[in-house]
Design a protein around this ligand. Structure first.
Ligand code: UDP
Length: 406
């Protein structure tokens, strides 16, 4: 059979695109290298607890269309992410807000907090920029010191960030820290977005619904299994000579007119310009049948240098400790420690490392990608961007609109 689209990667981007294509009468076939669908938002049921196997995922957005869209496929609970940060024996609320400041400095009012923050910001501005008010921070350390001052930076940002990204804050882009709100009210909601929650029944069920009747084959590696019929030689950075106008791709007996590729863009081109950098994670998950409440919160960040993991997730609290079907309290718990690490070929990539060097390399790959009219690149890995889930849905919907309607 000839399909309109071969979708490489059964994650959120691929599933949204598959759904939109199917709605408009296009045929799709989805493959994924892993042995399951849902990519990094995969959740697995362990004694009634939806375990986020590849790290915590909390859906949040201010894009009403995206929120209404995902709500067609799942009911979302009203979980609000309020992580706690642990620095040595001290516990602080996140994001940086009046609860954090009150604990850090023993103050009560916003005016008292503001005075301390202003003083520390001024000191930072003086030492970094000689007092220049229009100074644009050059890296994450400068951005954090100018935004939050030295106490917050030293206790809650520096080591956590360096553990997560594996390099000094002076070598990281400032936009990473701008993800975090900074508030002068007592409000522990980690996100500023209007809508937030976790799909009841888990993310895997949401992806299953999006995929609907679209055929899916897991455990299939695109690079090994699929042959490009439309050019004389697949892969590499050389100009490729078109050899056919027919279906561009083949896998076994099936052919495909187009490919939507959501894997690593550099791998698609056989790393011909050299590899892009990614951060990977190692997860250590422990089932604790005799413990009902391990840490009292879904997410606890460990912000000190001496502890090698960045956070511990206690999955049951994403669903208020209750079985999402029966509503009964769940006994026992499951916790996951998250250890960041350098990505090497064969590891799961989680975060693109968007520094100048990698962004320039990505640009070369994306220029090469533009010379392949029957291949689209999407998602965090295909577009080499630190995308939240709502942005993934938005981009997949926009791509579907422009590709499928045209
Ligand atoms: N961050 C931090 N301390 C914290 C939590 C986050 O300094 O306790 C910074 C850190 O630089 C991190 C960024 O905020 O890379 C974004 O963190 P978040 O947990 O939102 O990212 P995620 O890994 O969930 O995408």
């Amino acid at each position: 059979m000839n399909y309109d689209y071969l979708i490489v990667g059964a994650g959120l981007y691929g599933a949204v695109f598959a759904h939109e294509a199917a709605l408009r009468g296009k045929t799709c076939f989805v493959i994924d290298r892993r042995d399951h669908i849902a990519g990094n938002i995969y959740t697995e049921d362990v004694n009634g607890i939806h375990v986020h196997r590849y790290g915590a995922h909390i859906f949040h957005t201010s894009d009403k269309e995206v929120w209404d869209y995902v709500n067609q496929f799942a009911d979302f609970n009203n979980y609000v992410n309020s992580p706690v940060a642990r620095w040595k024996d001290e516990l602080y609320n996140l994001p940086f807000n009046m609860n954090t400041f009150s604990k850090m400095w023993g103050i009560k009012t916003p005016a008292e907090a503001q005075e301390i923050i202003d003083k520390q910001r001024d000191e930072a501005r003086q030492s970094i920029a000689g007092g220049d008010k229009d100074y644009v921070p050059k890296n994450l350390e400068e951005q954090a010191l100018l935004l939050a001052g030295s106490d917050i930076y030293e206790k809650l940002i520096k080591s956590y960030t360096e553990k997560q990204w594996g390099r000094p804050c002076t070598e990281l882009p400032s936009f990473i820290i701008r993800r975090l709100p900074f508030r002068m009210i007592y409000d522990n909601n980690y996100f500023n977005d209007r809508y937030q929650g976790i799909p009841i029944g888990g993310y895997t069920a949401l992806i299953e619904k999006l995929l609907g009747d679209t055929p899916v084959k897991t455990g299939v590696d695109f690079i090994k299994a699929v042959e490009d019929l439309s050019v004389s030689e697949f892969g590499g950075c050389e100009e490729q000579t078109p050899v056919s106008n027919g279906p561009g791709w083949r896998m076994g007996e099936n052919t495909f007119s187009n490919v939507l590729y959501t894997g690593l863009i550099d791998e698609f081109f056989h790393f011909c310009y050299g590899p892009l950098e990614y951060r990977s994670l190692r997860f250590e998950t422990e089932e604790m049948p005799d413990v009902d409440n391990f840490q009292g919160n879904a997410v606890v960040n460990y912000t000190e240098k001496e502890i090698p993991y960045t956070r511990i997730i206690e999955h049951k609290w994403f669903e208020f400790g209750r079985n999402s079907v029966t509503g009964e309290p769940i006994h026992g718990t499951v916790v996951t420690k998250e250890y960041p690490r350098t990505w090497a070929r064969g590891d799961e990539p989680y975060y693109p490392v968007n520094n100048d060097k990698n962004d320039a390399l990505y640009k070369k790959y994306s220029e090469l990608a533009a010379t392949r009219p029957n291949v689209m690149f999407g998602g965090r890995l295909g577009q080499y961007r630190y995308l939240d889930m709502d942005k993934v849905v938005r981009l997949a919907l926009d791509t579907a609109k422009s590709q499928i309607y045209s």
